[in-house]
Design a protein around this ligand. Structure first.
Ligand SMILES: *Cc1c(COP(=O)(O)O)cnc(C)c1O
Length: 392
């Protein structure tokens, strides 16, 4: 027997449509709306870079990039070369900054070919870029990164002016921007943020004294963007807020952002059990009364952390139902006793909005000691990404 078939195989639509067991829904309009809200909150001359690393925080990088452009973003930030190339292959032409650290000459040649801007933290990288640009017949554009207090990437801020001077003298390299990254951006006063800002400004002042052009100056992530205009400079690099989430509770009201992701699953089985029945691995839950249990076809292999076991709620037909017992690799169990209308095939919302209620990645983060960034980019590609539809 052959598995090769002509035309559409039976059930093929189950693999792509929302009939399947579980999926991630992406609301492009929400991303455009969030981008537009953020852009309006900036000074007119300040540009917005949409940070779409990690597959657009799990939303799909190309989907997000297109939606963000429609909302007023003018450049993209990615973490890796492959992420930049994916955007170029999708036909996106806006400037792309690679936020991660590249080292190999081959990587910089790739940057030149695909018009991706690497981040430079030292002279060694600049020399390679210079050779690559000179050999390629056009300058390689790059941004210089300063370490002002994050101790991750970047040249020590005190050495920034000297390094920019050296880089500016190199043929085949064009420094298009100078930036740094905030380590604690949701705290402002008397803080690390102010110290980092002072160091950044100290470098900018010194560059002016030396008559060196920094190009685009940028410092703020989502938290910096939402908390203080003096952190904006020429460009802000926004990730989390694009996706509709606040980087800290006290920043949640600053703009009317809309969450762009929902995670939904179908009930695959319902069973009625008596009191005293142990549920799932280890029987970490035992029913205290006759119960109706609903099985959902989604588990930790999809990105629903096992640490949420027994502490999660899901939304179904306007109600919140408790998840019970250990979350398993591919499935989890919900106590649906309170909702007799629930049927096999009914759609349940794990994350996102449903019938006026909503559960955000912030709530998951609080339960399992994580943060919204990690929750969002934790949904695996086993879950198809579908455009959002109304009516769940
Ligand atoms: C990820 C990242 C951002 C975006 O951060 P958010 O908090 O998601 O807005 C900005 N800048 C750099 C360098 C990053 O790595």
């Amino acid at each position: 027997m052959s598995y090769q078939m002509h035309g559409r195989a039976p059930g093929e639509e189950l693999l792509v449509g929302p009939q399947q067991r579980a999926w991630v829904e992406i609301n492009r309009e929400a991303i455009s709306h969030n981008t537009a809200c953020l852009k309006r909150s900036l000074a007119p001359a300040c540009a917005l870079m949409a940070v779409v690393k990690a597959d657009g925080y799990g939303h799909g990088a190309v989907t997000v990039a297109e939606a963000a452009l429609a909302g007023g973003a003018s450049s993209f930030g990615v973490a890796t070369l492959a992420e930049g190339i994916e955007l170029r292959q999708a036909g996106l032409t806006a400037p792309i900054l690679v936020l991660g650290n590249l080292q190999q000459p081959e990587e910089f040649r790739c940057c030149l070919h695909w018009r991706l801007m690497p981040t430079l933290s030292g002279l060694g990288q600049g020399l390679i870029c210079s050779q690559v640009g000179a050999a390629g017949g056009r300058p390689l554009e790059a941004h210089l990164k300063l370490d002002t207090g994050m101790a991750r990437l970047g040249v020590a801020w005190e050495q920034g002016p000297q390094l920019l001077e050296a880089l500016s003298a190199l043929e085949g390299l064009q420094v298009q921007g100078v930036y740094s990254h905030l380590a604690d951006a949701d705290q402002l006063e008397g803080s690390l943020t102010r110290q980092q800002q002072q160091r950044f400004e100290g470098v900018l002042q010194r560059l002016q004294d030396l008559d060196l052009q920094p190009g685009l100056r940028h410092l703020a992530n989502s938290a910096g963007t939402l908390s203080d205009r003096s952190l904006h400079y020429d460009l802000v690099r926004v990730g989390l807020a694009l996706y509709g989430h606040a980087p800290a509770p006290h920043l949640a009201q600053s703009l009317p952002l809309r969450p762009a992701m929902a995670v939904r699953a179908r009930v695959t089985l319902l069973r009625d059990v008596p009191a005293g029945v142990g549920v799932s691995y280890g029987h970490r839950h035992v029913t205290s009364r006759p119960s109706r249990l609903a099985v959902l076809g989604i588990g930790y292999a999809d990105g629903v952390s096992r640490q949420l076991s027994g502490r999660l709620e899901v939304l179904a037909q306007g109600q919140r139902l408790p998840q019970v017992g250990s979350i398993t690799m591919d499935q989890l169990v919900v106590d649906a006793t309170a909702l007799p209308e629930l049927e096999v095939g009914s759609v349940v919302t794990l994350l996102g909005e449903s019938e006026g209620d909503q559960i955000g990645p912030e709530a998951w983060g609080e339960i399992c000691g994580s943060i919204p960034w990690e929750v969002l980019c934790g949904f695996k590609h086993r879950l198809p990404r579908l455009p959002s539809r109304r009516g769940h």
